[in-house]
Design a protein around this ligand. Structure first.
Ligand code: FES
Length: 146
């Protein structure tokens, strides 16, 4: 079996699919190589992530990793949220095949982009957070979404 049971579970029954209307931060990133796009919405209050949702035009691994990433980030402080790397998400899913690692990067980058958006909107600096890229493969700009 190429995918772990956890990956299959999160792919078949993804958690946190959708949008948050009054999101505190929204991040959108894409990967030009596979053409997939990931959008993550965060609701943050008093420095704690209360809710997270995602929408993706992505493959099964992208669905599973963002499902897991949004589960992991809920209830975390912003600093703890930064520790939810693609590696941490893959570990929580019992691994991904090597060709699918970039899909987990899409989830991580979209989380970072959403945190960045939150920081910008609130005029704060999040220690350790780097400006996210729009495109994880070639650093090209995606067309603006609205
Ligand atoms: Fe594009 Fe997985 S193949 S996100």
């Amino acid at each position: 079996m190429m995918y772990s049971e956890k990956v299959m579970d999160h792919f078949m029954n993804p958690r946190n699919v959708g949008e948050i209307e009054d999101a505190s931060g929204v991040g959108t990133v894409g990967n030009a190589k596979c053409g997939d796009i990931m959008k993550i919405f965060l609701k943050i209050e008093d420095g704690v992530v209360l809710d997270a949702k995602f929408k993706t035009f992505g493959c099964g691994a992208a669905v599973a990793t963002s499902s897991m990433a949004t589960e992991l980030i809920k209830g975390k402080t912003i600093q703890e949220a930064l520790e939810i790397t693609n590696k941490a998400v893959m570990e929580a899913l019992d691994g991904l095949p090597p060709v699918k690692v970039h899909c987990s990067c899409l989830a991580e980058e979209a989380l970072h982009a959403a945190l960045w958006d939150y920081a910008e909107k609130n005029g704060i600096v999040i220690e350790g957070l780097e400006k996210p890229v729009n495109d994880i493969s070639e650093h090209e700009n995606l067309p603006e979404e609205e």
